[in-house]
Design a protein. Sequence first.
Lengths: 241, 304, 346
Amino acid sequence: MPTLEGSMSLLTVDEITGGYGDMEVLHEVSVELDTGEIVTVIGPNGAGKSTLMKTIFGLLQPTGGEIRFDGKSITGLAPDKIVRLGMAYVPQVENVFPSLTAQENLEMGAFILSHNYSDRIDDIYELFPLLKARRRQRVGKMSGGERQMVAMGRALMLNPKLILLDEPSAALAPNLAAMIFDRIAAINQTGVAILIVEQNAKESLKLSDRGYVLAGGRNRFEDTGKNLLMNKEIGELYLGG
Amino acid sequence: MSRLPQLIVYGIISGSIISLGGIGVSLTYSILGFSNFAHGDIMALGAYICFGVFVLFTGLGIGNTPIGPLSFGFSFVLSFVSALALTALATVVIDRILFKRLRKAGSIILMMASIGLALGLRNILQFFWGPQPHYYIEKIQVASVIPGLGIRIKPDQIFIIITTVALVVLVHCFLQYTKMGKAMRASADNIALARVTGINTDRVILWTWVIGGALAATAGILTGIENKFITPELGWQMLLSVFAAVILGGLGNPYGAILGGMIIGLSEEVSTAFISTGYKPAVAFAIMIIMLLVKPTGLLGRRK
Amino acid sequence: MEHVVGAINYIVFFAITAGTYGILSLGLNIQWGFAGLFNIGIAGFYALGAYTAALISGPPPSAWDGRMVAGYELPFLVGLLAAAVVCGIAALLIGIPTLRLRAEYLAIASIGIAEIIRLVLKNESWLTNGVWGLQQIPSPLYKTIRGGVTALLEAHPDWPPWAYDLISKSYNWFYLLLVIVVLFVLYLVMQRLVRSPWGRVIKAIREDEDVAAMSGKNTFSFKIQALVLGAMIMGIGGSLYAHYARFISPSSFKPLYGTFLVWVMLILGGSGNNKGAVLGSFVVWGIWAGTDFLTGYLPFTASQAAALRIIFIGILLEVVLLWRPQGLLQRERRLPKFLRSDADKK
């Protein structure tokens, strides 16, 4: 979805430096995202993509720079506070509760709500009709694609303005990955902004409004999704495979 | 061999108590990430709090005329319930003072702290009450004979079994049908993800200690009812059986703890037909070692 | 002067016991400090070592004993070796099922084996004489030294009484020397081991077992070796105790108390540090003995005093874990890596 002229960014990552403990992974990385946009961050392994995502969501503390979400500074805020501000995060691995059913996983997504949210659950099932049939099945017994849907559904329960997806198609067969990307587009249609980190850059860039290329913990390129796809140099360096 | 049915009855009673102890251990392990070796002594703490409150109530004049065929009355039941609440509270306080500050440390440090706590609790009990046994119930109860099966069982023992079943059903319903129960199961799967999802993990941890403490107290008090008396060593004596049960069922799985508890209880009692009663813990130990060699994740295994 | 002699005699007794605990701490240090293994059954190995030494070196069963076997009156060193071997075997028994699994499994198995050992010692009278224990365990070179001392004292009847008191206890001086020598030898061996290739592998396994495994090392086998070696040293400690006390019974080895003390010694001194192990043992034994004196002055019953002392040591452990888990002798402020949360290790 295109941005409106003059609207304030939903998410501004401003020259973030940081990493794990003493190890610095990100060096003055900047990323911007507007309401309703899909933005993909691509780059080689070890470029710091996942680290960036964890830092935005408060799982890691940056040593420098600022992060602003929906007008407020969220630098250094803990994840459970950020969740309440309207951001959701789907980790790459271990992103569901295997011994709970699909329905229960969704319910956990709405833990902080005290009112009735069965409407919301119905909305999620509309987005993921496959899940509705399996809602009483233990997620641990589900396939990778189904689990990814549960993970994304869980993240959507609180009606976030922005959802962070860490390599949503990793470890999925191509047809399942295509299905996931299809669902991501559908989620975006409901007005949710999406920030994706991906190895499978081609598919992700196809549905992205914009993209960033990260390498060695630094910004390298920024352009629209289409342009990045067509850029031969980028294609060779980063889109292989 | 003709004693077998009777031994099975003893096994069910013993197994019930071990199961109650084991549920708490499994919940603590799966949600807090460490094995709490002080659990046995929390059982003893519960037993002594019950005793202390009972003495207090008796002093206040609250009657204890036996309820029906049971050997205890209203004031004891009141003490029982109070002890559950007080022990749960004590367990939460202990967490605040000790374990909470060590959450960032590895599971081994937490286990070591729990050993220190175990000895500390036991000796606090010994300090105030001494090492000699204290009696809940003075009179010896007459056992009823159940014809046909050739077994004898006392009303108190039926009480123990019924209490265990009730609590197990309660815990099951809590875990399966309430929001906090589901949050606990989610946290047992992956507490980091639970936090990220927005689950209030501090509250989950609180409930874990409350339930663990209350169940441990119940196990301790029921032991006191079964044996008639309590000593400070009560919990430590059961620790090996409880942990063997938990490992047998699958460390971290409360349902495994129940299954494991019954198996260990039955095995220990039935074994007395062949070997001396002093070696009951050895039976639990042997079963545990065999399980570790054959299927370390336990009968109802969890991945952890 | 009598008080001085009394004090000296007490210090000797104190040092012998502290030294024996020091040996136990060194053994635990291999298991825990080097290899990161969590063994809570120390008291079991200690008892096993003591009983093995006693049964090997002690006299055959007398007419009044429930015991019916053993008592081969073999030399001190044979008993010491046997103690080490038997403890090594016991360590294998619990190591094999548990060392491929998480730390708590070894912990529980070690509690189990200590309990089993205690039950066997108490119940199998035909072997251990049950609760009546084993008496008349010979001390090495006892007759020789006593003979020399007696001869010396008889040759000098004019010496003051305090000299008599001092010299007549001189066997204990010899024993103290023996304990110190054994402790020192073991300490040197441990220091060599730490710096050896074997030691480096063990420490690598402790820091990150997956990484160590990837470089082709059979981590399981190394962990077994550390467990067994540590247990053997604990057995040696047990044998030294038996020959000093000359009488042992199951109640000499209260379950968990000895284990607990040794753990506090090692944590306080500094895990992974041989000097720390020895330092910790003297400090904690000092506190333990000190509280024995202090509670004598307080209006408590014997059992209350005993309970209070354990509570005190328990609080000491928790305080150390909360505020200085690396121990006294570790220079780094941060916890050594292997003590930190598994999550931190990523």
